[in-house]
Design a protein around this ligand. Structure first.
Ligand code: FE
Ligand code: FE
Ligand code: ZN
Length: 277
C-alpha cells in the first residue's frame, strides 16, 4: 500500500490536519511542530488530540511526521541559538508523546565557518542531551542539499552524527529527493547506485521516510529549491522509480512541493496511479 501525504499547516490542530489529509487522498502527513521560523508552540489541546487519534484510526492515517522549525540550528556558533535548538527539540519530543510512535524530522544544522567536524560534534552533543529511550518518537536526520554550510550534505556526515549518538537506535534518516539530487547524488539516472551507497554508508534500515520534491536546480548545484513533481530536473520518471523501488516502496512519502491543497491532491492522485500494486 502506498503511504503518501504532504506538508500541512498545523495552525488549526491535529483533527483539522487529519481531515484535510483524507480530503486530498493522503493517508499520512507532515506538519511543523510550531511556527517554522521558531517561537513558542501552542499549548497541548488534549481534546483535539483524542479526536484526532480516533479519526486517524478509523480513516487509515498511519504514522505522521513532525518537522522541526527551520531556525533550529544545533550547531550554531552562538550558544543562545544552540540552547533554543536543544529546548525546542526537547519540548517537541515531549509533546509528540501525546501521539506515540510518531516521527520527528530535523535539519542537522549549519556550521557557519566552524567546519563540518565541529558541526557534527555539536549536533551529537545536543542529541546526547535530549534523546531518551523512554521517548517513543523516531528522530530523523534529513539529507541536505549542502547549501551554504549545511551539515548532512552527504551520507558520510549523517553516518558520523549517528555514530556519535549514544541512543542511536532512536535515529533514522529522511531522504529528500530534491536535496540529495542538489547534493550530487544522481537519483535521476542511477537510483540503484545511490541507494547502494546509502546502504553501504548509513544502512537502508535507517531510512524511515522520503520527502518527494522535484528540483528547480541541477545535479550537484547545492541549491535546495523545490519544484512540483515532474516540472523540475528530476522529472516524472524519477518519481515513478522512487515510489516503486523495492528499498523505498513501503516507506511513507511526503510532498513538500510548491502547491496549494488542490495541487497536492492532484500530485497524490498522480503518484497513486504510478504505484505498482
Ligand atoms: Fe526539511
Ligand atoms: Fe525536505
Ligand atoms: Zn528543501
Amino acid at each position: 500500500m502506498l503511504r503518501i501525504g504532504c506538508h500541512l499547516s498545523s495552525s488549526k490542530g491535529y483533527l483539522a490536519m487529519g481531515k484535510e489529509a483524507v480530503r486530498i487522498g493522503a493517508n499520512t502527513f507532515q506538519f511543523f511542530t510550531r511556527n517554522p521560523r521558531g517561537g513558542k508552540a501552542k499549548p497541548i489541546d488534549e481534546e483535539d488530540i483524542a479526536k484526532y487519534r480516533e479519526f486517524a484510526g478509523s480513516n487509515g492515517i498511519g504514522v505522521i511526521l513532525a518537522h522541526a522549525p527551520y531556525t533550529l540550528n544545533a550547531c550554531s556558533a552562538d550558544p543562545g541559538i544552540r540552547k533554543f535548538a536543544r529546548e525546542t527539540m526537547a519540548d517537541d519530543l515531549q509533546r509528540l508523546e501525546y501521539i506515540p510512535g510518531s516521527m520527528y524530522n530535523f535539519h542537522p544544522g549549519s556550521h557557519v565557518k566552524q567546519g563540518a567536524e565541529r558541526g557534527k560534534e555539536l549536533i551529537t552533543e545536543m542529541l546526547n542531551e535530549i534523546l531518551d529511550p523512554a521517548l517513543s518518537t523516531v528522530v530523523l536526520l534529513e539529507t541536505m542539499a549542502g547549501k551554504g554550510s549545511e551539515v548532512g550534505r552527504n551520507f558520510e556526515e549523517l553516518r558520523a552524527i549517528i555514530d556519535g549518538t549514544h541512543y542511536d537506535e532512536m535515529l533514522g534518516v529522511c531522504l529528500d529527493t530534491c536535496h540529495v539530487f542538489d547534493g550530487g547524488y544522481d537519483i535521476r539516472n542511477d537510483l540503484d547506485a545511490v541507494l547502494e551507497e546509502f546502504d553501504r554508508i548509513i544502512g537502508l534500515d535507517r531510512l524511515k521516510a522520503v520527502h518527494l520534491n522535484d528540483s528547480k536546480n541541477t545535479l550537484g548545484s547545492h541549491k535546495d529549491r523545490h519544484e512540483k513533481i515532474g516540472k523540475g530536473n528530476l522529472g516524472i520518471d524519477t518519481f515513478r522509480s522512487v515510489i516503486n523501488h523495492p528499498a523505498l516502496r513501503d516507506l511513507p512519502f511526503y510532498l513538500e512541493t510548491p502547491n496549494d491543497l488542490e495541487g497536492y491532491k492532484n500530485e497524490i492522485a498522480m503518484l497513486r496511479s504510478f504505484y505498482v500494486k
